[in-house]
Write a protein that binds this ligand. Structure first.
Ligand SMILES: Nc1ncnc2c1ncn2[C@@H]1O[C@H](COP(=O)(O)OP(=O)(O)OP(=O)(O)O)[C@@H](O)[C@H]1O
Ligand SMILES: [Mg+2]
Length: 424
C-alpha cells in the first residue's frame, strides 16, 4: 500500500515538475519561432509591399502596403503590424490612429539597424505606443530591420498573441506526457506485483517461523511430560515399592534382636523415602501443574506453601483480571518460582509478599518482596561467575518475551523482584 502511494506521488512529481520545467523551454522555443516569423514576413513586406513613398506618408504607397499586410500577415495570431523609421516615427500601422506618431525606440531596437537579425519579447502593454494593443491581452512583440527600395532602413514589427505561443508549449507538453506517463505506469505495473509478492513472502516466512517456534515449544513440553510420566511410573514406583518391602524385614530384624541390621535397614528406608520425595518434587518441576487448569493464583499459592512450611510468613494478592493470559502467565509463574526459590535458599527472610497487578491495559506486573538479608551487585557477580545463573537466565527469558525484569536489593534491606510482561 505504502509502495503504491509512493509511486503515485512520484508520478505526480514527474508530471507537475515536468510541466514547470518544460514551460520556460517551450516559451523560449516560441520566441525563436516568432523571431523567424518576423524575419520571413519582413522579407515579404520588403520585396512586395514596401515602396519609398511610405517614408514620407504617400497615401498610395501606404494603401498598397496595407493591402499586403491585411491579406498576408494579419491573422488570428498576428494582431498588429508597425513599420518604424529610425527616429521613432510610426510610418505605417494597420491601426491608422498610430501612423505619424513618434515614440523613442529602445537601445535593443536601434541595435537591430546596425546588426540585423531579429528579436522577440513579451510586450509591455503599459507603454503608450502599445495602447491600441491592450485589449488583445498578453502579446509577444518581434522586430526586424528591413530596407525600402532606395536602401533606407525601417523597423518592421509584428505583435503575436501569447496564447498561440503558449499553445505551442502546451502542444509540446501534451506530446511528451503520454510516453512519460506510459513509462512510469509500466514501471509501476512491474513493481507493484513484485512488492506485493515480497511482502507476502516476508509474511509467510514470519508465520512459518512462529509456527516452528510454537511446535518446538510444544515438542519440548511433550518430551518433558513423557520423561515425567516415565519417571513417575518407573523409578518412583519401584523405589517406593522397595521401601515398602523393606519395612517388614526391618521389623523382623528388630524382633530377632539384630539391632545393627535393623538400624541399617531403617536408614536405607529413610533414604529411599527421601529420594522418592526428591523425585516427586523434580516431577513437579519438569511438568509443572498446568496454569490453564489450576490458574495462576493457585499455582503461586502452591509455591508459597513450601515457604510457609519453613515458618516464613507469606502474603499473596492477585488482582481481579490481572493475570497475563495464556502467553504471559507461564513467565509470571517462572519468575515467581525463581524469586521464591532464591528467598528459600539465600534470604533468611521472616516474611515474603507476592503481588500480581495490572498497572496498564496491556501489562501484567509481578512483585516479589522479602525482608531478608539482601545482597549487593558484587555478590551477585561472584555467584554468577560460579555458575549460579537463575536470575540471569530469567532476565534472558523476560527480554525475549518483550518484558522487563528489575531486581532491587542491598545488603540488610531485603530484596524486591519486579516483572512486567505484555498481557494478551
Ligand atoms: N531474595 C534474595 N535474598 C538474598 N540474596 C539473594 C536473593 N536473590 C538472589 N540473591 C543473591 O543473588 C545471587 C544470584 O541469584 P541467582 O538466582 O542468579 O543464582 P542462585 O540462586 O545463586 O543460583 P541458581 O538460581 O542458579 O540456582 C544469589 O546467589 C544470592 O547471593
Ligand atoms: Mg536462584
Amino acid at each position: 500500500m505504502r509502495f503504491t502511494l509512493g509511486s503515485v506521488a512520484a508520478i505526480a512529481v514527474v508530471v507537475v515538475g515536468g510541466y514547470f520545467a518544460l514551460r520556460p523551454v517551450t516559451i523560449k522555443e516560441a520566441e525563436r519561432t516568432t523571431r523567424e516569423q518576423v524575419q520571413v514576413e519582413g522579407r515579404l513586406v520588403a520585396s512586395a509591399g514596401l515602396s519609398d513613398g511610405v517614408l514620407h506618408g504617400d497615401a498610395r504607397a501606404l494603401a498598397h502596403l496595407d493591402d499586403l499586410v491585411q491579406a498576408q500577415i494579419l491573422d488570428t495570431s498576428v494582431v498588429r503590424v508597425k513599420v518604424w523609421s529610425r527616429d521613432g516615427t510610426i510610418l505605417y500601422s494597420d491601426e491608422p490612429a498610430l501612423v505619424g506618431k513618434h515614440f523613442a525606440l529602445g537601445a535593443d531596437e536601434l541595435a537591430l539597424f546596425r546588426q540585423g537579425g531579429a528579436k522577440a519579447d513579451l510586450s509591455d502593454l503599459s507603454k503608450p505606443e502599445n495602447r491600441y494593443e491592450r485589449p488583445e491581452g498578453k502579446l509577444l512583440e518581434a522586430h526586424t530591420a528591413i530596407r525600402t527600395p532606395n536602401g533606407t532602413q525601417v523597423l518592421f514589427e509584428i505583435y503575436e498573441r501569447f496564447a498561440s505561443v503558449s499553445a505551442n508549449g502546451s502542444r509540446l507538453l501534451r506530446a511528451l506526457a503520454p510516453p512519460i506517463l506510459a513509462g512510469l505506469l509500466i514501471l509501476l505495473l512491474f513493481q507493484v506485483p513484485l512488492a506485493w509478492s515480497t511482502a507476502a513472502r516476508l509474511q509467510r516466512g514470519h508465520r512459518e517461523r512462529e509456527r516452528l517456534l510454537a511446535s518446538a515449544i510444544e515438542a519440548s513440553g511433550q518430551e518433558r511430560r513423557r520423561i515425567a510420566a516415565d519417571l513417575h511410573d518407573g523409578v518412583v514406583q519401584d523405589l517406593a515399592g522397595v521401601a515398602f518391602g523393606l519395612a517388614p524385614i526391618a521389623d523382623d530384624a528388630e524382633r530377632r534382636g539384630a539391632a545393627a541390621e535393623a538400624s541399617a535397614l531403617r536408614d536405607a528406608i529413610a533414604r529411599l523415602r527421601h529420594g522418592v520425595r526428591g523425585l516427586r518434587t523434580l516431577l513437579v518441576e519438569i511438568d509443572p501443574p498446568s496454569l490453564e487448569s489450576t490458574g495462576l493464583e493457585a499455582a503461586l499459592s502452591d509455591l508459597l506453601s513450601s515457604l510457609e512450611a519453613e515458618g516464613i510468613a507469606t502474603e499473596l494478592h492477585v488482582d481481579d483480571g490481572a493475570t497475563a493470559g495464556s502467553t504471559g502467565d507461564p513467565l509470571v509463574y517462572r519468575a515467581a518460582r525463581e524469586a521464591l526459590r532464591n528467598v528459600h535458599s539465600h534470604a533468611a527472610a521472616a516474611s515474603v509478599r507476592v503481588d500480581v497487578t495490572r498497572p496498564a491495559a496491556e501489562t501484567t506486573r509481578l512483585v516479589v518482596t522479602d525482608d531478608g538479608r539482601g545482597f549487593g551487585a558484587a555478590e551477585r557477580e561472584r555467584r554468577r561467575a560460579a555458575g549460579h545463573v537463575g536470575l540471569t537466565l530469567l532476565e534472558g527469558l523476560v527480554a525475549q518475551a518483550g518484558g522487563t525484569l528489575t531486581v532491587r536489593s542491598a545488603p540488610g534491606e531485603g530484596t524486591t523482584v519486579e516483572l512486567e510482561v505484555p498481557a494478551t
